[in-house]
Design a protein around this ligand. Structure first.
Ligand code: IPM
Ligand code: MG
Length: 401
């Protein structure tokens, strides 16, 4: 098995000496009885293809647990449109409570046509934002790695896409997504207005910058901070604070780029990037763009982490209502999100590596869902892909940690 193809999910968090930031994932859980570590995981299948991909990831976690001497207690809770239908709100209190009290949270996807026209507070997306805010997960890590097996699935030329391995560090609980004032009103002509506020406090920039510098330090030592400091005040402060924090990380090479240029450079020459740090909305957009370089958004996981408390792990793709319930979804982004959960959420590095290795092995054996399929390969559905991952977990020998 090509153990050298490990995804570049390297540990990322600041040490206590560099900051007062004290992430929980540096602590060792249940160290008293390492043979029967037990974790509670809140599963939020959500909407559309969410339940299908979560079911695959749950099976993978269950198998890895039995192989690695870990125990998982799963608590499945409604979220998004499913919760709206069941309880009338997109994030029921019980769901948030379960998430807060667990060791990690794995989310499928939320949203669908049915709820698209709902008022804002009754949209599935609002539930997701409430969950991120409730768990205080301000740091969103979105890796985009072009796997050699999938280089032909990229819409970019092979020589441009080959070898791309970047990490977008997106600020997740601030900026225009949460800024006030926001809302609707009318202007002096009685015309309708909709408005939002892009706002960042210095401490919000400092903490995400530190996560990004730590991430870059453990990757290839290059950090590109993306902003719109030629126009926006919030970006001017962003650039100033990131530049200040840089003095704590002399070993990391910092550059700044305007977001319009970054969007262009990502498709022109994506290999120039190692780690990117950016605000909430630019991160939303650039991470979708980065994902496409890899061939399919169906491959990319993410981790959202805070200073303490459980992390939230989710594929970056949406609920894909057009293919929901048809056994066509690619479950690998969720399986890889489960690997990030093991690594960043629980510190179970070996189990994480086994899952990553199994995904690569499944691809090496030629199995592909529709989104990453090309001629001559074995087209399978979501369930079959899941079965094949389980086979690979069983048969691949983990690399030494
Ligand atoms: C994402 C999604 C969400 C976001 C939506 C569903 C609210 O696009 O996780 O990237 O905008 O953050
Ligand atoms: Mg998005």
């Amino acid at each position: 098995m090509a153990a050298s193809l490990q995804f570049n999910f390297k540990p990322v968090f600041p040490t206590k000496s560099s900051t007062n930031y004290a992430p929980k994932f540096n602590t060792i859980r249940c160290s008293a009885s390492p043979t029967s570590k037990s974790y509670s995981i809140t599963l939020l299948p959500g909407d559309g293809i969410g339940p299908e991909v979560i079911s695959v990831a749950k099976n993978a976690l269950q198998l890895i647990a039995s192989l690695e001497g870990i125990k998982f207690k799963f608590n499945e809770m409604p979220m998004g449109g499913a919760a709206l239908d069941l309880t009338g709100v997109p994030l029921p209190e019980e769901t948030l409570l379960s998430a807060e009290q667990s060791d990690a949270v794995l989310l499928g996807a939320i949203g669908g046509y049915k709820w698209d026209k709902n008022e804002k507070h009754l949209k599935p997306e609002t539930g997701l934002l409430q969950l991120r805010e409730g768990l205080k997960v301000f740091a969103n890590l979105r890796p985009a790695t072009v796997l050699p097996q999938l280089v032909d699935a990229s819409t970019l030329k092979k020589e441009v896409a080959e070898g791309v391995d970047l990490m977008v560090v997106r600020e997740l609980t601030g900026g225009i997504y949460f800024g006030k004032p926001r809302g609707f009103s009318t202007n002096e002509n009685g015309e309708e207005l909709g408005f939002n506020t892009e706002v960042y406090a210095a401490h919000e920039i400092d903490r995400i910058a530190r996560v990004a510098f730590e991430t870059a330090r453990k990757r290839h030592g290059k950090l590109c901070s993306v902003d719109k400091a030629n126009v926006l005040e919030a970006s001017m402060l962003w650039r100033k604070r990131v530049s200040m924090i840089a003095s704590e990380y002399p070993d990391v090479e910092l550059s700044h780029m305007y977001v319009d240029n970054a969007a262009m450079q990502l498709v022109r020459n994506p290999k120039q990037f190692d780690t990117i740090v950016t605000n909430n909305i630019f991160g939303d957009i650039l991470s979708d763009e980065a994902s496409m370089i890899t061939g399919s958004i169906g491959m990319l996981p993410s981790a959202s982490l805070g200073e303490s408390g459980p992390g939230l792990f989710e594929p970056i793709h949406g609920s894909a209502p057009d293919i929901a319930g048809q056994d066509k979804a690619n479950p690998l982004a969720t399986v890889l999100s489960a690997a990030m959960l093991l690594k960043y959420g629980l510190g179970e590095e070996k189990a994480a590596q086994r899952i990553e290795a199994a995904v690569l092995d499944t691809l090496n054996r030629g199995f592909r869902t529709g989104d990453i399929h090309s001629a001559g390969l074995n087209l399978v559905g979501c369930k079959e892909m899941g079965e094949q991952v389980l086979k690979s977990i069983d048969s691949t020998v983990p690399a030494a940690v």
